[in-house]
Design a protein around this ligand. Structure first.
Ligand code: SAM
Length: 249
């Protein structure tokens, strides 16, 4: 897969891309990531990219010309062009999975008060938001998208490493533990030490349902529970009600 990140702050983006799993995926050629400063495409003699908004108002708006020329310089034959924007559809694991199937993604990072709206209207496929809050620029959103997508590219992580991840199956992941078995008297659940794989799988399914029920009950509205899961969820609801009853008595 190839990813082009169009930004005014290339060093900020490059610093993060060189680290950890994404950095390794780049080194191993699993993903090619180009960081392009679209200021280099500005036709302004001082390489300015922003200007005052028509109609007045605060702040500066990034003009369409440098972005248009920057896009023109790329081979966009199979490209999906994304604009980072708080006005976009909120980025999800499902979106990351969809994007991981693409051959080429281009991500445009805005800054200041944003980008001339004709970029949204004429040059991109989709606006993508990373949440309902406003950041100073699109660099962190672009890095979040790149990170979430890269770890799903085949070969970047070991097989099956992402299958049980939160959201990938519609539920939050079960709790994970590692050594020591006992830390200050806080013990790892016995069942995980039992070696009984069937029981461990059942425990994990139940705790995955519990995590989802307690932390993100909205996800359960869209999750088709099978008979076993319905039964486990009923047990969880009773257990949690009992915990509340004991706490209040
Ligand atoms: C200060 S924001 C502009 C916000 C714009 N004035 C608005 O209210 O919609 C500058 C840039 O940061 C990026 N950005 C800010 N918040 C974002 C979010 N939640 N998701 C994705 N990109 C975001 C976008 O690239 C945006 O063009």
């Amino acid at each position: 897969m190839k990813i082009d990140i169009l930004t005014l702050f290339p060093e900020m983006v490059k610093a993060v891309l060189s680290e950890s799993i994404v950095g390794r995926a780049i080194k191993e050629g699993k993903v090619e990531i180009n960081v392009i400063n679209y200021r280099d495409f500005s036709k302004d003699k001082h390489k300015r990219v922003d200007d005052y908004p028509f109609g007045g108002g605060r702040g500066m708006v990034i003009g369409i010309q440098p972005i248009y020329d920057c896009l023109q310089s790329l081979d966009l034959t199979n490209a999906k062009i994304l604009l980072t924007s708080p006005q976009g559809k909120v980025f999800t694991q499902k979106k990351a999975e969809e994007l991981s199937q693409e051959q080429h993604i281009v991500i445009i990072c805005g800054h200041y008060e944003g980008i001339d709206y004709r970029v949204t209207e004429h040059l991109i496929d989709e606006e993508v938001s990373i949440g309902d809050y406003v950041l100073t620029g699109g660099e962190l959103p672009a890095l979040i998208i790149v990170d979430a997508v890269t770890r799903l590219i085949p070969g970047v992580l070991p097989d099956d490493a992402t299958t049980g991840d939160s959201f990938s199956m519609g539920l939050l992941e079960y709790p994970q533990y590692t050594r020591p078995q006992d830390f200050l008297g806080w013990k790892v659940p016995e069942i995980l030490l039992s070696g009984n794989h069937q029981q461990i799988a059942k425990f994990r399914l139940k705790e995955s349902l519990r995590n989802t029920y307690l932390k993100r009950p909205d996800l359960l509205e869209h999750y088709p529970l099978n008979e076993e899961e319905k039964q486990l969820l009923n047990e969880i609801i009773m257990e949690e009600q009992e915990k509340i009853r004991k706490k209040n008595s």
